[in-house]
Design a protein around this ligand. Structure first.
Ligand code: PMP
Length: 427
């Protein structure tokens, strides 16, 4: 029996969502593989989006972290902090946002909270536009802008949130339209919404929805929204917590697929940039970042040890062109999965970009979500030695594939074969 699971249940909240009937304890990892407490090895097709953007136990990051731990970890903000300045310089330059300022936090939730604080203060409005099926975090304010019932444990909120269509291409009222008509319909819907409300502070959106099941709108949707938003001075915040750092292959940031009208006013980031060390943050134009007129600091946001990890990880990512790797290996993986899916009646869609791939399941012959098949595929993949994720607002019917960005072609082949077997077993 799983003694650790019994102890977990006795002392931790019921609402921590563990994967698998018999939950897994991961004890160590290397590259794209992890091992469980019984010594079984798994190819990790999900850890890349969670913590391990680059590779498990990357020696460059381990060295930077241990050296920094042996030197100093002190207040991140009360004294000059060289690694924080250096990482902020790099991120400001990479962000594409002009006159960019960076504020570091410890999580994506806190990054989005900060973006909301800035937007609402700057605009003197607590109305926020958010996308249906979105996920932005677990704090009181970020729950309020999360449009996914399964991840919204309260309906109370300090914000007035209006939900916008468009984040999900293949379901919803406009799904039957072609891309141009889809964008036009979403824009009309947004205009209609704006006609009935006080001026919102901002629109926040994930360029590709993560928890929502790796769904993406047609390229350019957010640029089209932007044209409308600009007329009222409404800000656009790109939540790049899952889409940043080259994961989508073609672009370094997810917003670049919508870049016709320029970079967002703010972007938020988190998750794997520290390759496991907790880094989050906001990048904003200086006039927006500096709109706060009281102190607002974070004890651990930007601490020397996480910044050292972030710098080492970012250097590795750029020097090894992991964005290019995501494009090449991710492209092959998508092709391979589409070929496998062609013979499987329960696979409704294989979608994605780079190493951010969603496989949406439906009851064979219908459009109905199939959460039990998704759960069964997850279990079967684990049996076969592969870890994947699930997501999607429609009863969690999408499989999520997001390996570390250093995935090799051989590993992509190995994972695709295991996943194909798991899909076949489920149908
Ligand atoms: N934004 C997005 C798009 C996310 O996927 C997540 C985490 N799943 C968050 C924000 C919140 O990040 P964290 O869990 O680090 O608070």
């Amino acid at each position: 029996m799983n003694d650790l699971y019994d102890r977990h249940r006795a002392v931790l909240p019921d609402w921590l969502a563990l994967y698998y009937e018999d939950p897994l304890e991961i004890t160590h990892g290397e590259g794209r593989y992890v091992w469980d407490a019984e010594g079984r090895r798994y190819l990790d097709f999900f850890g890349g989006i969670l913590t391990t953007m680059t590779a498990h136990a990357l020696p460059e990051v381990t060295k930077a972290v241990s050296e920094q731990a042996g030197r100093i970890i002190h207040s991140s903000t009360l004294y000059l902090n060289r690694p924080m300045v250096e990482l902020a310089e790099r991120i400001a330059q990479l962000s594409g946002i002009p006159d960019a300022r960076v504020f570091f936090t410890t999580s994506g939730t806190e990054a989005n909270d900060t973006a909301l604080l800035l937007a609402t203060t700057y605009r003197r409005s607590n109305t926020i536009l958010a996308m249906r099926n979105s996920y932005h975090g677990r704090s009181f304010s970020s729950i309020g802008i999360t449009g996914n019932r399964g991840w919204s444990p309260t309906s109370l909120s300090p914000l007035q949130t209006l939900y916008v269509h468009g984040g999900v291409r293949s379901r919803g009222p406009f799904a039957h339209l072609d891309d141009d008509a889809f964008v036009a319909a979403c824009v009309e819907d947004l205009k209609d919404l704006l006609g009935h409300t006080r001026p919102p502070a901002a629109l926040i959106a994930e360029p590709i929805q993560g928890v929502g099941g790796f769904t993406s709108p047609p390229d350019g949707l957010y640029a089209a929204f932007r044209d409308v938003l600009r007329e009222q001075g409404i800000l656009w915040i790109a939540d790049e917590v899952q889409t940043g750092w080259g994961r989508t292959g073609e672009h370094f940031w997810g917003w670049q697929a919508h870049g016709r009208s320029g970079p967002p006013d703010m972007l938020t980031f988190a998750k794997g940039i520290g390759n496991g060390m907790s880094i989050g943050g906001v990048v904003a134009r200086a006039e927006i970042m500096n709109c706060l007129d009281a102190n607002s600091i974070s004890t651990f946001g930007g601490t020397q040890i996480t910044m050292a990890a972030g710098l080492a990880n970012l250097n590795y990512l750029v020097e090894h062109d992991l964005q290019g790797n995501a494009r090449r290996v991710g492209g092959l993986l998508i092709e391979r999965l589409r070929a496998a899916a062609a013979g499987l009646p329960g696979v409704r869609e294989v979608r994605g970009r780079g190493l951010m791939i969603g496989v949406e399941l439906a009851r064979p012959g219908t459009d109905e979500a199939d959460p039990s098949a998704a759960a069964a595929v997850l279990e079967a993949a684990r049996e076969g030695g592969l870890l994947i994720g699930k997501g999607g607002g429609h009863n969690t019917s999408a499989l999520r594939i997001a390996p570390p960005l250093s995935l090799t072609v051989a590993e992509a082949e190995e994972g695709a074969a295991i996943l194909e077997g798991a899909l076949r077993a489920a149908y």
